[in-house]
Write a protein that binds this ligand. Structure first.
Ligand code: URA
Length: 218
């Protein structure tokens, strides 16, 4: 499936095609981009895409006093936010989203890929209380096969979450299809839809291993 096919099949996907976002994604793709710069860019993109993913949060009018007069002005309604990182590459993106809402809670999901079955296996799960009352933003820079994101969102739903959004920087059409099949009700905010997966399930053209590039472990 091409990018256009995906977008017409799933009109609820937000492809964040703002020129600043596209520029920064291109810098991530560049193999000469340093670890320091890569990490900074991932964080900045977390803030920019996080901004789109929270556009519909409810506000409520409160009375405040400016130096000149009283006024009714909007503030966030206070539904609790929780940013959930799929470790380890999600951590950098989560930091960027947290810039928008520093008091948000943070959940961690640790998954590794079983070399035999190629399926994700959970090794860590730590969430704040009252997951069912929160807006949950799950973040992972790369949506490749979609298996990890699907499993992370399965976990959120098992814990009672109903308002879940997913942010990634790069997605393969195969991953989006699998994700939407499993979780048609979860809003997706995507930086770029790439051509597809290679035989090792890397996104092409992609950025290579996002975790290695964020942490300089390649
Ligand atoms: N995870 C990555 O870090 N990169 C890919 O291309 C796919 C999955």
């Amino acid at each position: 499936m091409t990018r256009e096919d995906i977008l017409s099949k799933y009109p609820d996907i937000t492809l964040t095609d703002h020129p600043f976002i596209q520029h920064k994604l291109t810098s991530l793709r560049d193999k000469t981009t340093s670890t320091r710069e890569f990490r900074m860019l991932v964080e900045e993109l977390g803030t920019l895409i996080g901004y789109e993913a929270t556009r519909d949060l409810d506000t409520v009018e409160v009375e405040i006093e400016t130096p000149l007069e009283k006024a009714m002005c909007p503030v966030l309604k206070g539904k609790k936010l929780c940013v959930v990182t799929i470790m380890r590459a999600g951590n950098g993106l989560a930091e960027g989203v947290l810039k928008l809402s520093p008091s948000a809670r943070v959940g961690h999901v640790g998954l590794y890929r079983d070399p035999e079955t190629k399926q994700p296996v959970e090794y860590y799960l730590k969430m704040p209380h009252s997951v069912n009352e929160r807006t949950i933003i799950v973040v992972d820079p790369m949506l490749a096969t979609g298996n990890s994101a699907i499993m992370a969102i399965d976990k959120m739903k098992e814990m009672g979450a109903t308002d879940i959004r997913f942010i990634c920087l790069f997605a393969a059409p195969e991953g989006i299809e699998a994700f939407k099949e499993a979780h048609p009700d979860t809003a997706m905010y995507i930086g770029a839809i790439d051509r597809g997966l290679d035989e090792k399930a890397y996104i092409r053209p992609g950025v290579g291993d996002a975790g290695d590039r964020i942490y300089g472990t390649q």
